[in-house]
Design a protein. Sequence first.
Length: 245
Amino acid sequence: MTTFPATEPDPAPVDLVLPCLNEAEALPWVLARIPAGWRALVVDNGSTDGSAELARSLGATVVHEERRGFGAACHAGLMAATADIVCFCDCDASLDPSLLVPFVREVRDGEADLVLGRRRPQGRGAWPAHARAGNIALAGMLRRRTGLRLHDLGPLRAARRADLLALGLTDRRSGYPLQMVVRAADAGLRVAEHDVPYLPRTGASKVTGTWRGTWQAVRDMRRVLAEPPAPTGMSTTGSFSPPKE
């Protein structure tokens, strides 16, 4: 398994989607670490702490998505993106967006079509036990459904915008990240996974901060896994290279 360090900004045009719900405390840290030349798309999902105004003052493009849900925010960002390559990152300071630079390079160079970050907790409290347990269960179900030998369904990811749009993603809740991976596998896209450091988040988690939230996320994702392969605008005969252990 390869671990990518942060490197110099990649010159390729990139839009970075940052789903945001009351992340004013974390926004300065996150936005300060976005590579030069990339566009930050902060998707405000109904914040009441001034996140949208703060993001705009720090130079980000703000997209408003009234429909609540992690998937709704992510997809609104994807639809607002115009760059060839689109990245996703949580907006809670748990992940450094500069770590996406080699992900973008891998996609741009044609080595992979969808690159995911496997979260490696740094310090106590970075990843609660119940969230890890849910993630392990989902990774196992994903393997049985698609054959992908992934360890994590983390939010740090990169792909070409056209590829993602062709997947016809429909989930607007917690199942969105999983649906992206499942449909990418069904479409024959090459999926890669690399280790990234995962820091304790700033503020309270909206999804996996509690056992109940984790269970609801798992339920959403189980529903995605039960879906039959969906027709997409892409050929399903492309090559597929599961990441090496």
